[in-house]
Design a protein around this ligand. Structure first.
Ligand code: B12
Ligand code: SF4
Ligand code: SF4
Length: 324
């Protein structure tokens, strides 16, 4: 079996991008160690606890692994970019969270792929990973030829842009690996210039403790005051450094029905009034639940203040306050 055979099977299982990397320690893994040591992971303990060392070698996840099939699934939809959106009464939910949770969608596709491969190689062992497994997804996706790592730290494909999720199938079959493509960022610095909280480091990499995506999704507790203004109307995640990327100008849209938008820029006042039960109902099966109700309310309160209105008592918008 070759990487081309696997690409064909992966396409049949719903993945626009696929490639093969060797199941060995990634050559760029020291970057991860340095990043954690510098404190850029903030309070994301799943990146810094004992799982950090598992990232050193994918065979920690499947001892018999010889190859990693890396897949990409597009989630772009034909709706506006943040850069074209200026209704401050509405909250911005990032593009990846408009439809169903991608973890389930990718997992199902990878399980189909594993079943197809096992039909051909019955003795094969495999393990599916989507996002939450301690594996350097972008490093292996780059090695498998899916794209290069942009200055915004996203994996970018020359034809498909960067609006795609990653997943992996670790497997015991040994397949000759693909090769990484060249870096095509060149002298461009659009993402660095556009980031409202200066989270992209000049030397490369991302200080997650300054990233809106971290504040609005991962951080529990209050968001540091000095970053409130930069958050603007973002209430879940952030897309700015991908919106401005020239490689996303003609990015193709997904054909996956599960990613069709159901929550696009809801009215902030309505979000402020949501009870916990209504929040759970509204965002059932969507990535937004990761922020939890308290986190989501916190985000809405910051966005309301940025829009010039202080959030009122009992979840009601009671006054017009000057912008901070
Ligand atoms: C923690 C995490 C976050 C954190 C930290 C992000 C970060 N840049 O590190 C926060 C909460 C901020 C975040 C935000 C987002 N995330 Co996130 N996140 C992750 C997660 C779980 C781990 C990432 C990690 O290990 N970070 C630590 C740093 C050091 O790792 P890294 O940036 O990947 O760098 C490694 C390699 O890329 C390489 N490398 C880095 N730079 C360079 C440069 C060169 C030249 C070379 C050779 C190598 C290299 O070295 C490092 C390994 O040692 C991954 C899933 C996973 N298991 O990998 C998803 C993941 C990276 N996230 C994803 C997404 C979609 C997002 C958001 C777009 C969501 C949103 N709209 O809000 C934003 C994008 C923000 C951004 N600019 O990165 C996707 C990215 C898909 C893609 N096409 O790249 C992933 C892969 C999830 C998935 N399965 O699809 N995320
Ligand atoms: S996701 Fe937003 S805050 Fe984070 S690095 Fe990109 S532009 Fe900056
Ligand atoms: S905006 Fe420019 S520098 Fe940033 S990732 Fe895209 S091409 Fe690279």
């Amino acid at each position: 079996m070759t990487a081309d055979d696997i690409r064909e099977l992966a396409r049949e299982c719903g993945f626009e991008l696929a490639g093969v990397a060797a199941a060995a320690p990634a050559e760029d893994r020291a970057r991860y160690r340095d990043w954690v040591a510098a404190g850029y992971a903030g309070e994301m303990r799943y990146l810094t606890d004992r799982r950090a060392s598992v990232r050193e070698d994918p065979r920690e996840l499947l001892a018999s692994a010889r190859s990693i099939v890396c897949v990409g699934k597009l989630y772009q939809t034909p709706w506006p970019y943040t850069t074209r959106f200026d209704d401050e009464q509405r909250g911005w939910i990032s593009r990846y969270a408009w439809g169903d949770d991608y973890h389930d969608v990718l997992r199902r596709g990878l399980e189909r792929l594993a079943a197809r491969l096992t039909e051909r190689e019955p003795s094969m062992e495999s393990r599916v990973c989507v996002d939450t497994a301690p594996i350097l997804e972008r490093s292996y996706a780059r090695l498998a030829g899916l794209g290069w790592i942009g200055k915004n730290t996203c994996l970018i494909n020359q034809q498909q842009g960067s609006w795609f999720f990653l997943g992996e199938l670790l497997m015991s079959l040994e397949i000759p690996p693909d090769a990484p493509p060249p870096d095509r960022c060149g002298t461009c610095t659009r993402c660095i210039d556009a980031c409202p909280t200066a989270a992209i480091l000049p030397q490369g990499g991302l200080d997650a403790t300054r990233c809106i995506s971290y504040f609005t999704i991962e951080l529990r507790g209050p968001i540091p005051e000095e970053h409130h203004a930069g958050i603007g109307s973002h209430i879940f995640g952030c897309d700015i450094c991908q919106d401005v990327c020239p490689w996303n100008r003609r990015a193709p849209v997904t054909t996956e029905a599960a990613f069709a938008p159901r929550h696009f820029a809801p009215r902030l006042e309505e979000m402020e009034r949501l009870s916990e039960t209504e929040f759970r109902e509204m965002f059932r099966g969507s990535p937004v639940t990761r922020a939890r109700y308290e986190g989501f309310r916190r985000n809405v309160a910051v966005a309301l203040r940025n829009a010039g209105r202080a959030p009122g008592a009992n979840g009601r918008c009671s006054s017009i306050a000057p912008s901070r």
